[in-house]
Design a protein around this ligand. Structure first.
Ligand SMILES: Cc1ncc(COP(=O)(O)O)c(C=O)c1O
Length: 393
């Protein structure tokens, strides 16, 4: 009996087929090296505003350490509904159109599982956040790629969307301001997306986790457009703008039947987001908008500096409109994205992420996160310049 039969393959095929995040793969190379300047992980270098941390401490002191309502605390849902109306023109009822999630990560997973059935297709754009294609597959649906290109400002073009849509398309998943390209949308761009999803009767899942971080162009969201609330799942969170990545706090705003469906999944998998984080989130949404402004001003300076330095050293680099990433082209060097980043790390101890971590069409680019102190940023640019100069010889 013993050993007569090998055990069944324990892993489901659709999970076995998923790649691991290319970012984490790459950063295993960085681990245990203290000399490295990292422009790698997409995380702000700022501390969470003190007033927000103070609320978390107070919540613990007062013993607010139990489960909350599955949808989230009333205080946070009200704060999110107010914030979303004031900053994005959304009109959501805190009672049944807001769900507090464990980061935008959980919001994405829950949203897709709530709306997708096997056989459905989801349009998404690359280069993009590493999770998108995997979470569509985890929901037993098929991701359909639409490329964005540098010459179009890494924005979606109507003709590319039209070429990818089929009768099986259920939703369009978008992220602007974008990780990794920094591209952000104008109001005219959002109108094009709204018109496209409406004409094809699609749902729109919009990940706006960088929405507070736009430079030179006004903040804009599709949820302000007439008729869009009915077909949109708006995902946002506190990680990036308030520098609260470790709090793991986000939210979804959508029509009540969608929130109700998402709530079932959330209820059975998460129960609720952390009570302490939710207390901090109320303070962030209500009273820490000025803190975001300060961080945004600092990011804008760093963005200008970083993009200018890359262009000076001969790497074509757009000045992105949002988020905290630049995505320079290394095509002129003749190296692949992976070789460029591995050699840069080995020879100059600077960590950047190969563009291919964000999809095959990221080949020929790398991502540098400028949410890093100015001194480190200057030193990193000097080192990259030396490396690029050596490549030219
Ligand atoms: C586009 C995008 N969406 C979602 C997330 C995850 O955010 P959260 O920390 O809220 O889960 C990230 C994190 O890098 C991101 O870049």
């Amino acid at each position: 009996m013993n050993g007569s039969k090998s055990p069944r393959d324990p892993v489901a095929p659709h999970i076995a087929g998923l790649p691991k995040s290319g970012i984490r793969d790459f950063f295993n190379l960085v681990a245990e090296r203290s000399d490295v300047i990292s422009l790698g992980i997409g995380e702000p270098d700022f501390q969470t505003p003190w007033r927000v941390r103070e609320r978390a401490i107070e919540a613990i002191e007062r013993g607010h350490t139990r489960y909350t309502a599955n949808l989230g605390t009333i205080a946070l849902r009200k704060a999110v509904a107010d914030y979303t109306r004031e900053r994005f023109g959304g009109g959501y009822d805190w009672r049944d159109e807001v769900l507090v999630t464990v980061g935008v990560s959980e919001g994405l997973d829950t949203a897709l599982r709530a709306i997708l059935s096997p056989g459905d297709e989801v349009l998404y754009h690359e280069p993009c956040f590493v999770a998108y294609a995997p979470i569509v597959r985890m929901a037993h649906a098929t991701p359909v790629l639409v490329e964005t290109r540098m010459e179009n400002g890494f924005k979606l073009r109507r003709e590319d969307l039209e070429a990818a849509v089929t009768p099986r398309t259920r939703a369009l998943l978008v992220n602007f301001p974008n990780n990794p390209t920094g591209a952000a949308l104008t109001e005219a761009d959002t109108r094009m997306l709204a018109d496209f999803v409406t004409r094809h009767d699609l749902l729109l899942v919009t990940d706006e986790v960088y929405s507070e971080l736009t430079y030179d162009i006004p903040r804009t969201s599709v949820i302000a457009l007439p008729g869009m609330k009915e077909r949109t799942i708006f995902l946002n969170g506190f990680s990036k703008a308030w520098s609260m990545t470790g709090f793991r706090l986000g939210y979804a705003c959508a029509p009540a039947p969608v929130i109700d469906a998402m709530m079932k999944i959330h209820q059975y998998t998460m129960m609720c987001a952390s009570s302490v984080s939710q207390a901090a989130g109320v303070e962030a949404a209500q009273n820490a908008i000025a803190d975001i402004g300060e961080m945004r001003r600092s990011y804008a300076l760093r963005r200008n500096f970083t993009a200018a330095r890359f262009n000076e050293m001969g790497l074509d680099c757009r000045v992105p409109e949002g988020a905290f990433y630049v995505f320079p082209s290394i095509k002129k060097t003749g190296l692949s994205s992976m070789d460029f980043c591995v050699r840069l790390l080995g020879e100059e101890s600077v960590a950047c992420v190969p563009g291919t971590a964000f999809g095959a069409c990221g080949e020929g680019f790398f991502r540098a996160c400028y949410a890093t102190g100015m001194d480190d940023l200057k030193e990193a640019m000097n080192r990259i310049e030396a490396f690029v100069a050596r490549l030219r010889k």
